[in-house]
Design a binder for this molecule. Structure first.
Ligand code: WT7
Length: 644
């Protein structure tokens, strides 16, 4: 393989960077030699009601127990709001840019504090207490951040459900964490279209007897049904609420939030994050990875429904007193220049998005980018999936005018925040590589038998030790937590990703090694899509795999066996795609459905996905050994009838 291009740290960036090469080396060494001392020092970035004296208490074996700062007491919302009031009360905390380019809002720290207190008091008036789970199903409006922080303020555990999920997916998540209160809006807006959030909640509520109160924010003014005794308009309830609400003292290990994420088997898991370690990690990584300087405008384009929105729109930036931009819209509305117009309009300095967006915008060429200035941009970030070198270089040359370093940040819902990434002033970049671990992060590559591999090599990406932002358990199912993450390779946290490490120690993430697919930076369990498909009356069996997709990174390819007597028509194909959209949400809609009279199975009945992946990827000349199949002839049929 030819030596990939290296883009060295720019001297002008390094000169003003919070972390330069020397400091990175020093931090990494101190964190490795004495993690307790290093994290005790870093914990001071957080304002504690009682500072922690016990720093780290972790075991990755047996019953797996992860505790950081365990005798510390704090409140996450106070760290994002109250502590900034004296010094930056009038600074803008959130710039909100509407779906409609004519709409924007600027909310100061003082205003945000007041609104969070009001919402917290509304929740209290509805009976929400410390430890209760509150579901948040919101569009990208300021009140989404307010809802999150209001929960944190009173010690309620928020479970944000992405607004693109279906009523069924929402219902499953409400049920799993037994949530009695939900915060939503009448409708959301995206790309000029309306999303019927409240109507979805009404549909979900039918199977959620535990749901007692629904707080509805008026966002679009669209017509909604309000159910007496259950539904409350936020503006009406808030009108009489005091603008002060003391933050609840929380133990560092008290839960802060649950966020559901897909795995290789079963229903989505409720990833549980606690308060102290998560806040330290959110603040630490946001500050250093983006080299955030006071006064800068920072924009992460994610939705608050994903972990990226939690850590890098809300908690990290606000903990650091940053100005964070929240965007309601999409990259191509009204046109494909929108991102860069927003950058110019609000003088954005740091911009963080996903490779799928970059690839989609690349198709339109340089024009829509080059007609904007983007002179304010200083640092660019990427997250969610491997960024191919071609997209990386386009981002670097066209968007950043070769002036802005790119930080390709590898992490997961489970990790709470970034683990592997370049630092703008410290680490030379290689297009396509997430580069090196942050201080205190210990990645290891292991082979299939759990042997740790040294040097330049490729293997399963694990973490050999804990970091403060790590998830603590699967909500309500600690056994599943142990099984999923700690049983494959003893003593290590297993990420589910594969990676290559080059001769400079740089990590190149190669993608999931399990039955999880990454569609446009969003995680989808193949088992979930399969169970949605087989729930359709005409489907007997389904097998779902990922396949390379130009824009989405991976697309969803479904092999479907119909029940006897059903005709495989074009109409039924469309119906099944719509069915999955309705069952799970638009992100789960298959890109291709191939009719499969039979599926390749071993004699013991196990579906050989390796073969299905090869056929979907059109790599049919390297199918490998098919002799162990119960009926090798099914493969010939599948190859012949592959979807173009
Ligand atoms: C999976 C986690 C991290 C927040 C958004 C997604 C993939 C994430 C990168 C990257 C290569 C990446 C991994 C990971 N991934 N970032 N920079 N390079 N792959 O969070 O839904 O929990 O998904 O996304 O496969 O395991 P998530």
């Amino acid at each position: 393989m030819s030596q990939p291009e290296t883009i060295p740290v720019k001297p002008e960036i390094a000169a003003n960077a919070l972390v330069d090469r020397a400091r990175y080396g020093d931090m990494a060494r101190r964190a490795a030699e004495n993690p307790e001392a290093f994290w005790a020092e870093e914990s001071k970035r957080i304002t504690w009601m009682t500072p922690p004296t016990r720093i780290k208490n972790v075991t990755f074996t047996g019953n797996v127990s992860i505790k950081w700062f365990e005798d510390g007491v704090l409140n996450a919302s106070a760290n994002c709001l109250d502590r900034h009031l004296a010094t930056r009360g009038d600074q803008v905390a959130i710039i909100w840019e509407g779906d409609d380019p004519g709409e924007q809002k600027h909310v100061t720290y003082r205003e945000l504090h007041a609104e969070v207190c009001r919402m917290a008091n509304v929740l209290k008036s509805l009976g929400v207490r410390k430890g209760d789970r509150v579901t948040v199903y919101m569009p990208m409006i300021v009140e989404a951040a307010v809802a999150i922080l209001a929960c944190a303020r009173i010690g309620a555990v928020h479970s944000v459900v992405f607004g693109g999920f279906s009523p069924d997916s929402l219902a499953n998540r409400i049920q799993d964490c037994d949530s009695s209160v939900l915060i939503t809006a009448d409708e959301g807006r995206r790309g000029g279209r309306k999303v019927p959030l409240k109507a979805n909640v009404d549909a979900a509520a039918k199977s959620c007897p535990m749901l007692k109160k629904v707080v509805v924010v008026k966002a679009t003014g669209g017509q909604v049904d309000m159910q007496d005794g259950r539904d409350v308009w936020y503006h009406e309830a808030a009108a009489t609420m005091p603008l002060d609400c003391p933050p609840e003292p929380m133990n560092a290990e008290d839960p802060l939030f649950i966020l559901y994420t897909s795995g290789s088997t079963g229903k989505p898991k409720g990833v549980l994050h606690t308060t102290g370690g998560y806040m330290v990690w959110a603040s630490f990584t946001h500050q250093y990875v983006f080299d955030y300087h006071d006064g800068e405008v920072y924009w992460c384009t994610a939705d608050v429904g994903w972990v990226t929105g939690h850590t890098y729109i809300v908690y990290g930036p606000l903990a650091n007193g940053a100005t964070t931009l929240m965007f309601e819209g999409i990259p191509n509305y009204p046109d494909t220049s929108r991102f860069w117009q927003v950058v110019d309009k609000h003088k954005v300095n740091i911009f963080y998005t996903a490779p799928t967006a970059i690839r989609a915008l690349m198709r339109d060429g340089e024009g829509p980018v080059k007609k904007t200035s983007r002179a304010s941009l200083r640092v660019l970030g990427s997250v969610g999936e491997p960024i191919n070198p071609e997209a990386w270089l386009w981002y670097y040359r066209v968007v950043g005018d070769q002036r802005c370093p790119i930080v390709d940040t590898w992490w997961q819902t489970e990790t709470g925040g970034i683990l592997i990434s370049a630092l703008p002033g410290a680490i030379d970049q290689k297009p396509g590589s997430a580069t090196l671990p942050l201080p205190g992060v210990k990645p290891v590559l292991v082979d299939g038998d759990g042997n740790v591999l040294e040097g330049a090599t490729e293997g399963n990406l694990c973490l050999a030790d804990s970091w403060p932002g790590q998830m603590r358990t699967v909500y309500g199912d600690h056994e599943r937590f142990i099984q999923t993450y700690f049983s494959t390779f003893r003593g290590f946290y297993f990420s589910g990703d594969g990676a290559r490490r080059d001769e400079d120690g740089y990590y190149w993430i190669t993608g999931r090694v399990d039955d999880v697919i990454n569609v446009s930076g969003h995680r989808m369990g193949t088992a979930e899509v399969e169970s949605a498909l087989v729930a359709h009356a005409k489907v007997a069996e389904a097998a779902v795999v990922g396949f390379p997709h130009d824009i989405k990174g991976q697309g969803i390819y479904a092999y479907v066996t119909l029940v006897a007597g059903e005709e495989p028509t074009e109409e039924l194909r469309k119906e099944l795609v719509m069915w999955v959209r309705k069952e799970i949400g638009p992100i789960a809609a298959p890109d291709a459905i191939q009719w499969a009279p039979g599926l390749p199975k071993t004699r013991s009945g196990k579906i050989m996905r390796r073969i299905l992946r090869k056929i979907a990827a059109n790599e049919t000349d390297s199918l490998g050994d098919t002799s162990t199949l119960a009926d090798p002839a099914v493969v010939d049929d599948l190859v012949r009838n592959r979807m173009a």
